[in-house]
Design a binder for this molecule. Structure first.
Ligand code: B12
Ligand code: SF4
Length: 460
């Protein structure tokens, strides 16, 4: 059986990935979704694996099956590719975040969708295809056995920051309104058996790896046991966690001992009412500074996630957030524009004011709705301005050099240093510029949302 597996990339990502310099390599790590499919396929299947950020889709049309993974931003490209192969009567299967949350939309462009993880679902689908009885929907079991030892050798190491990414847990018990993780995993947090995770990590030849978990530390007993087993392996790694871990010195100490050098933490906003109303009230901005200081004491850098565009955000939010990020000592930041991803509670709430339904723009970089207290242009410009300012070379040097004096010294300095310059590269390659709308106010244009007050739940 000849199978083509594609991870599509949308417009600018496709261009950037092929460059020699500033090609986003740091932000590209192993394609766990498609490697899992390869592993679950019969050993005699001939598989072509395409990561469209770096590879060209082959012109051949003699495949028995095409499988495409997609999230919202890559769905249009996935549909384009799916339509193309279906013209040649090749069955196409879609899986991943978008098809799982919107199977009916996906089924307009494919023969079958896999809803949820591929475990159980993919082998059954291949059997059905062989027996000529392909169904439209296949349901994966998130608690199913994750295959060990993925065929990472299929990836060109030089094109990825690491091909050694893995996960110990899936999902998150919280249900922040803007996030698709809570919705997709129905607020469940699944944990893989610790011996499986350890065996996989032990097999990694590299010292550095990453956990792509959405909230690795959510199950305290599980994580403490995992960290105990991980420590003797003497690896260095990064992952995502919630800010609440700053209140848990035992957990922080265990993280440090087990080699954790960096955490991505979704702070999202410095406005408490915004956090409360988006179901993320467990984040308390008043405590951010102390929390970051505490995490730093354990030699762990903090990359913050920040979102602009909430209903309380006006044109002054950009300067104040930039100042606060510096004040609390954040090491790197991923700045996003609030995006109402289809399938999330936010999407339903924002439906009346969505101005752009091109899914390709649902990549956290575009404004796809009418903000309440500023124009869409101001939201875009202010977001870009914060990114450019935060990643100015001078600021990068100032905040990363302090790691030389911190616990871990040179070996811990390298991670925030590389990450910051990678973001700098993104500023250059995506030509991110922007301006501070508070300093260059546009002529007043009546904002229909501010007047009609369509979404009072978002107001303080
Ligand atoms: C690694 C990662 C990436 C990688 C690689 C993605 C890839 N193709 O594998 C890179 C860095 C390229 C990436 C880029 C982006 N990402 Co990303 N990414 C992730 C992350 C952290 C982990 C994905 C992963 O490896 N999971 C582990 C694997 C095993 O699980 P999985 O991917 O769900 O796959 C399983 C099932 O879904 C299913 N499946 C998946 N695909 C398919 C396909 C077929 C045919 C079948 C049968 C089954 C199947 O089977 C798999 C195995 O069980 C997720 C968060 C998450 N928890 O998933 C975000 C996430 C998917 N990314 C997201 C976003 C927004 C992006 C970007 C748009 C912006 C950004 N933040 O950088 C860009 C898009 C680039 C572009 N426009 O081209 C969002 C998507 C939200 C949504 N609903 O659309 C997520 C959920 C993060 C978040 N919390 O918001 N991402
Ligand atoms: S934003 Fe973070 S804490 Fe909230 S649901 Fe998503 S993964 Fe969980």
């Amino acid at each position: 059986m000849k199978i083509l597996l594609i991870s599509p990339a949308s417009g600018c990502w496709r261009k950037v990935g092929r460059r020699k310099l500033f090609n986003g390599r740091t932000f590209r790590f192993s394609m766990l979704s498609l490697l899992t499919l390869v592993k679950l396929s019969p050993y005699d299947a001939q598989i072509t694996l395409i990561d469209e950020q770096i590879d060209e889709v082959p012109p051949d049309t003699d495949f028995d099956l095409v499988g495409i993974t997609c999230m919202t931003a890559t769905a249009p490209r996935a549909f384009e590719l799916a339509d193309h192969y279906r013209k040649y009567n090749i069955p196409v299967v879609l899986g991943g975040f978008f098809p799982t949350l919107n199977p009916d939309l996906a089924l307009q462009h494919c023969d079958a969708v896999v809803i949820g993880p591929a475990m159980d679902a993919w082998p059954k689908l291949l059997d059905d295809l062989r027996a000529n009885r392909l169904q439209k929907r296949y349901y994966g079991n998130p608690a199913g056995q994750v295959p060990a030892s993925l065929p990472r050798h299929l990836l060109d190491k030089s094109k990825y920051s690491t091909t050694y990414a893995t996960y110990a847990t899936m999902g998150c018990r919280n249900r922040c309104k803007f996030c698709s993780i809570g919705t997709l995993y129905k607020s469940q947090h699944y944990c893989r058996p610790i011996p499986d995770v350890i065996a996989e990590i032990r097999s990694f030849p590299s010292r550095f790896f990453m956990f792509v978990d959405d909230n690795l530390t959510q199950n305290r007993e599980y994580i403490l046991n995992l960290l105990k087993e991980l420590a003797p392996l003497k690896k260095k790694w990064i992952t995502q966690a919630s800010i609440e871990i700053a209140d848990d010195p035992d957990l922080l100490s265990a993280l440090q001992t087990a080699g954790c050098v960096g955490l991505f933490i979704g702070l999202e906003s410095f406005t408490q009412s915004v956090l409360t109303l988006t179901e993320k009230g467990f984040n308390v901005p008043f405590h951010y500074k102390k929390a970051v200081e505490t995490i730093h004491r354990y030699g762990i850098f903090v990359e913050a996630g920040i979102i602009f565009g909430f209903d309380n955000d006006d044109i002054h939010i950009f300067q104040s957030t930039l100042d606060l990020l510096e004040d609390i000592g954040i090491d790197a930041v991923q700045v996003s524009i609030l995006t109402s991803l289809p399938g999330t509670p936010l999407y339903e709430e924002f439906k009346p004011r969505i101005t752009d339904s091109d899914w390709e723009h649902y990549d956290y970089r575009h404004v796809v709705f009418q903000p309440r207290l500023m124009s869409a242009a101001q939201l875009q410009a202010g977001t870009d301005w914060v990114i450019r300012r935060f990643y100015s070379p001078w600021r990068i040097l100032r905040r990363t050099l302090r790691w030389l004096a911190a616990p871990g010294g040179l070996s811990n300095f390298i991670y925030p240093f590389v990450l910051n310059w990678a973001y700098f590269g993104r500023v250059i390659s995506f030509k991110i510029k922007g301006y501070n709308p508070a300093l260059q106010p546009l002529p007043f244009v009546p904002n229909p949302i501010a007047q009609k007050n369509l979404h009072p739940t978002f107001l303080s």
